[in-house]
Design a binder for this molecule. Structure first.
Ligand SMILES: [Fe+2]
Length: 317
């Protein structure tokens, strides 16, 4: 299905969209505000039990390259009690969205700049290569001021970067926990995530400090099975299985921190019909939101195997 074009964006719940937009624009490279919408979000009834009222800002990175093309969607839930809290006890890899990975030029310098801007280093810069193809990368992590895990990767074995100064580019992939890797791989293969960049089954030791008591026994950490299925175009996914599994960290839709992601499609009506014909439960018909200046944001949520919050997105903005 050529209509699927990879991960379009990662959705992040925030408590103050103005502060988050300023921070992501100034320090994380997401300097383009594609739209800033406040209103109802129909089509989420099956996910949230209501039509949320929220402010949504879609941010793009003007330095985004083909290997970091994804965007960030900031969501501030305005109704009810406001944004639901961060799921408690999330380390990394439990069911739920758990990180945003940015492709960057010069991991060490971007990591240093983000720490200077107020992020907390959660993994110092290092180099690694990933099985089974020995693809090399530079990697580091920070937590943004609100706790979202921002991974930085330069895929030196795939794509170095365009020339120029150190900078964060757009989203390279989104990581999320699942419970059955074979089932997840088969599901997302049909959505265009067909090229396996890496697969590993060893615990990634630099993440050990994230797995804290009482949720985990630091002496007896779960096995981690990670894969990265890439689409031919667009950002990738990184499904993870913990064994034994952690508790469910999906949280309520719109919760603070990374919480959903969208898959870009060329034609959302055709893509939704394809999913339905494939036996996937699609929640209603594609919604159309007028985001001003003639812009239109179309989306449609659907059921993925573990109930992670995922939508199709067709944007004209
Ligand atoms: Fe990752």
């Amino acid at each position: 299905m050529s209509t699927f074009l990879g991960v379009d964006h990662v959705g992040v719940g925030v408590g103050d969209i103005d502060a988050a937009t300023a921070f992501y624009g100034r320090h994380v490279g997401f300097d383009q505000l594609l739209f800033d919408y406040t209103g109802d979000l129909p089509g989420l009834e099956a996910v949230t039990g209501r039509v949320p009222h929220a402010r949504v800002a879609m941010l793009a990175n003007s330095g985004a390259t083909p290997i970091g093309p994804g965007r960030v969607k900031l969501v501030q839930v305005l109704d009810g009690d406001g944004p639901p809290p961060v799921p408690s006890g999330q380390a990394w890899g439990e069911v739920g969205v758990c990180e945003i990975c940015l492709h960057v030029r010069n991991v060490t310098d971007v990591h240093r700049a983000l720490v200077a801007a107020g992020c907390v280093s959660t993994m110092e810069p290092m180099s690694a290569d990933v099985p089974p193809n020995g693809v090399t990368l530079d990697i580091a992590y920070v937590a943004d001021p609100w706790g979202t895990k921002l991974e930085m990767i330069e895929w030196t074995g795939l794509w170095r970067s365009l020339p120029g100064p150190a900078r964060a580019e757009g989203v390279n992939h989104v990581a999320f926990g699942v419970t059955d890797m074979a089932r997840t791989r088969a599901f997302y293969q049909r959505l265009g995530f067909t090229q396996l960049l890496f697969e590993s089954v060893d615990f990634f030791d630099p993440m050990a400090p994230w797995f804290k008591a009482p949720w985990y026994d630091p002496e007896n950490l779960p096995a981690q099975h990670m894969t990265m299925p890439m689409p031919a175009q667009g950002a990738a996914i990184e499904p993870v299985v913990l064994d034994p599994p952690g508790h469910d960290c999906r949280g309520e839709w719109g919760h603070l921190g990374p919480m959903d992601f969208g898959i870009r499609v060329a034609n959302i009506d055709a893509a939704a019909a394809f999913l339905r014909d494939s036996g996937v439960q699609v929640y209603g018909t594609p919604q159309s939101i007028d985001v001003g200046n003639g812009g239109e944001w179309r989306y449609c949520y659907f059921a993925e195997p573990d109930g992670n919050y995922v939508s199709l997105v067709e944007g004209r903005y």
